[in-house]
Write a protein that binds this ligand. Structure first.
Ligand SMILES: C[S@@+](CC[C@H](N)C(=O)[O-])C[C@H]1O[C@@H](n2cnc3c(N)ncnc32)[C@H](O)[C@@H]1O
Length: 192
């Protein structure tokens, strides 16, 4: 997968200020934001979750706490820097595994997840690659599994809600709820 034109800058070699924000400011707001998303996804104790584009692990930590020791969390990211921070942030959780690289080529099992979370990731993937990535995410879901997508729809850093819907629909998923708040589009899809 060819990296997004901002990929080197933002993900593999982000400015120190961005790392500082992830370490100091974001932890103040992220838990509440991810807890609300997990309410929408109706995340339950013991579930198997894939956090696609986990970044520094702020959402992953909320998920790991919510699923408890009987659940399982898989974190996937293409950036070794963010993955390193994620590993550090989740070091106390035994039931978390980490995969670095392109999900489509990783040995992450198919039909094995109750929930896949995609939070601010699709917008950073080249338009021509998005469908095969979303197809792959759908493949990871077990029957009845949910895909929660939350993306920015501003053209500079995101893309329109109807295109996000189309990606999920083409992957065979059914939308069960959706909301557009400002530029933020959040939608839950289910695999039948
Ligand atoms: C804006 S950050 C969001 C991180 C996290 N989801 C959050 O909301 O805190 C985007 C993340 O997506 C990752 N990413 C970009 N393209 C990806 C891809 N094709 N596969 C997996 N992760 C990707 C980046 O490395 C980065 O960590």
């Amino acid at each position: 997968m060819r990296p997004h034109r901002y990929a080197d800058y933002m993900f593999e070699n982000p400015p120190l200020l961005q790392i500082a924000a992830d370490r100091m400011a974001a932890p103040l707001f992220a838990p509440g934001r991810f807890a609300r998303l997990m309410d929408i996804a109706e995340l339950a104790e013991g579930e198997r979750v894939l956090d696609f584009g986990c970044g520094g692990g702020l959402g992953a930590r909320v998920i790991a706490k919510a699923i408890g020791p009987n659940g399982r969390l898989t974190c996937v990211d293409v950036s070794s820097l963010w993955m390193g921070l994620c590993r550090k942030r989740l070091r106390r959780f035994a039931n978390v595994e980490f995969y670095l690289g392109d999900l489509r080529k990783l040995p992450v099992p198919d039909a094995d997840y109750d929930l896949v979370l995609v939070h601010r990731v699709l917008g950073f993937i080249q338009a021509g690659n998005r469908q095969s990535v979303v197809d792959c995410l759908a493949q990871k879901l077990s029957s009845g599994g949910r895909l929660l997508i939350c993306e920015n729809t501003e053209p500079r850093i995101g893309f329109e809600a109807h295109r996000i819907r189309k990606l999920a629909e083409n992957a065979g998923l059914v939308e069960t709820r959706a909301a557009l708040e400002g530029a933020k589009f959040t939608a839950l899809f289910v695999k039948s």
